[in-house]
Design a protein around this ligand. Sequence first.
Ligand code: 5CA
Length: 161
Amino acid sequence: MKLSPSAQRVQDALQERGFAHLRVQELAASTRTAQEAADAVGCTVGQIVKSLIFRGASSGRPYLLLVSGAHRVNLHGLEAELGEKLEKPNAEYVRQVTGFAIGGVPPVGHVQPLEALIDPDLLQYERIYAAAGTPFALFGLSPDELIGLTGGRILQPGLAE
Ligand code: 5CA
C-alpha cells in the first residue's frame, strides 16, 4: 500500500539510517493519542512511544522526549537534569522543528537534528510503537532500535513517570 507523503518521509528516514526493516504501517483507525494508538495495534498504552517537544528557555533549543504512553514528563526533574527551564511549545513550533503536525510526530525524520532523551521505562518491552508522521501511522521497533535510531540518551528513572 502506498503511504501518505508524511508517512513516506518517515519510512525514507528509517531507510537512510539503515533501519529499512522497520516498516511504517498506515491504519484505518486513529493513532492520534497514545491510547488510540494502543487500541489500534492491540498493545498496552505503556508500549506507545510519545514524541514530545520541549524548548529550552535559555538556550532556545528544542528537546525531543521519547516517553512511554503511560507516563508524563516530570518537568522540574528534567529541568534540573538539563540545567535550564523548559517551555511547552505551541503546535506551530512543533511543526517548525520536526516538520510534522502534533499527533503524528515521529522519533526520527525531523527537519533538523533534535537531541533525544528516552524514558527508561520503554526498555522493559520487547516491542514498542512510535508515531510515523500522521495520526494514522505507526511503526513497531525494539527499545534497542529506538536508541540506535535516535542516538537518544536514557533518562534517569523518575524523570518520566
Ligand atoms: N500518535 C500519538 C501516539 S505515538 C502521538 O503522537 N502522541 S503524542 O503524545 O506523542 O503527541 C501528542 C502530544 O502533543 C501531547 O501529549 C502533547 O504533549 C502535545 N500537544 C497536544 N496538543 C498540543 C498543542 N495544542 N500544542 C502543543 N503541544 C500539544
